[in-house]
Design a protein around this ligand. Structure first.
Ligand SMILES: [Zn+2]
Length: 331
C-alpha cells in the first residue's frame, strides 16, 4: 500500500527526535569553550558584587577554591581581575614584582600548573587613582605612554605566571609593546589576547565593580579609545591593527550587541581564535529577566551563549561559565 503524499520537510522530520536534533547540530557549546572572569580583592574581603548579583569578590584563598571548581567542570581558563586596596596617580603598584597581581598569578600557577590557563587583564584602570584605562592630559589620550606602561605590566604578569596577556586599554601600539616586552625577556611563548570593544553602556556594572572611588569618573571620554557602536569599519580597523601588531587572539566585547562583528572577524581572519565577552551588562540583563519577567534564566543563558558561538566565537568569557558548564554536563 502506497503512503499518502506528504508536505513534510526535512527539518520537521528531524524535530521528531531529540537525539536527531543533537545529531545534526553543526556545533555545540562545550565547557572547553568557556572562560570564567573572576574578581580577586587585595583586602581579602568576600562579598556579593552589588552591580552583579550572584557574582562575588574573592580573596586569593577563595579564588583557589573557585578555580578548583572551574577546573573540575572542564573549563580551561580564567580571566583575572585584581582589585587593589590602593591606587595612585601613576599606577606605580602595577610594576611591583611582589604586587598583588603577581601574588595571584604565582599562587594560581603553583596550585594548577597547566590545568588552568591564566589570562591576565592588563589595563591602567586597575592601578591608577583616576581609574581610567589610559593616561591622559587635559582630556587628551597619551597613547605612547599608555602602550609602554601596558607592555611593562604585561611582562610583570608573565614573570609571575600568567599564560596569556589581555590588554584592555584599546590604545594603538598596546599589542606591539606587550609583544616586544615579552619577547625581549624570553617570554615568546606567552600569548597576547587583545580586546576590541565598542563604546557600550553594557560595561557599567563592571566599572561599578572595579571602581574604588565613590565619585563618578571624569576626564577622558571613553569614546576616544573605544570604537563607535554604529561604525563597523572602525571596529575592523582596530582588529586589523591589533592583528598586525601580533595579537594571537581577539576578544570582541560586548557580545550581544556585536554578533555581526564576531562573524565579520571570523570571516576575515578564519585562522585567528576569536573570543567573545558576555559582559557585566549582558549578565545583569539576563538576571533581571529571570527575576522580573518570567524568563527561564538558564534557558536564556544557553540561548545567548549558543548564539555567540554560532556567530563564530571559538571561546566565550561569561560570568555564567560555571552554571553553563553544569548545564552542559547534564545534557
Ligand atoms: Zn581599563
Amino acid at each position: 500500500m502506497s503512503r499518502r503524499s506528504s508536505e513534510m520537510h526535512l527539518t520537521t522530520r528531524i524535530k521528531n527526535s531529540k537525539q536527531m536534533i543533537r545529531l545534526v547540530r553543526p556545533q555545540e557549546l562545550t565547557a572547553s569553550d568557556l572562560i570564567y572572569p573572576i574578581f580577586i580583592r587585595e583586602d581579602g574581603k568576600k562579598f556579593e558584587i552589588p552591580s552583579m548579583k550572584g557574582q562575588y569578590y574573592l580573596s586569593l584563598a577563595d579564588a583557589v577554591k573557585v578555580c578548583r571548581q572551574t577546573v573540575g567542570l572542564g573549563i580551561p581558563a580564567v580571566m583575572i581581575f585584581g582589585v587593589l586596596k590602593k591606587k595612585d596617580a601613576d599606577g606605580s603598584a602595577a610594576l611591583r614584582k611582589n604586587g598583588f597581581h603577581s601574588k595571584i598569578f604565582r599562587r594560581l600557577k603553583k596550585e594548577f600548573g597547566d590545568d588552568l590557563v591564566l589570562i591576565s587583564n592588563v589595563c591602567l584602570c586597575d592601578y591608577t587613582a583616576e581609574e581610567f584605562c589610559v593616561y591622559s592630559e587635559k582630556g587628551r589620550v597619551l597613547n605612547e605612554k599608555t602602550a609602554e606602561m601596558l607592555g611593562k605590566i604585561g611582562l610583570v604578569h608573565a614573570e609571575a605566571g600568567a599564560d596569556v596577556i589581555a590588554p584592555a586599554a584599546m590604545c594603538d601600539g598596546q599589542v606591539r609593546q606587550i609583544r616586544c616586552a615579552l619577547d625581549k625577556e624570553g617570554f615568546d611563548d606567552i600569548s597576547v589576547m587583545t580586546y576590541v570593544k565598542t563604546d557600550s553602556c553594557l560595561f557599567e556594572p563592571f566599572f561599578e565593580a572595579m571602581t574604588l572611588s565613590k565619585t563618578p569618573r571624569s576626564g577622558v571620554d571613553s569614546s576616544k579609545f573605544r570604537t563607535d557602536v554604529i561604525n563597523e569599519k572602525m571596529f575592523m580597523q582596530k582588529v586589523d591593527l591589533d592583528i598586525s601588531e601580533g595579537a594571537d587572539f581577539v576578544i570582541v566585547k560586548p557580545a550581544l550587541t556585536n554578533l555581526d562583528h564576531i562573524l565579520r572577524v571570523k570571516q576575515k581572519y578564519p585562522t585567528i581564535p576569536i573570543a567573545a565577552y558576555q559582559v557585566s551588562g549582558e549578565y545583569a540583563l539576563i538576571k533581571l529577566l529571570g527575576e522580573h519577567a518570567h524568563v527561564d534564566e538558564n534557558r536564556l543563558v544557553m540561548e545567548t551563549l549558543n548564539s555567540i558561538k554560532r556567530a563564530g566565537a571559538d571561546m566565550i568569557l561569561t560570568y555564567y561559565a560555571l552554571e553553563a558548564a553544569k548545564h552542559i554536563s547534564k545534557q
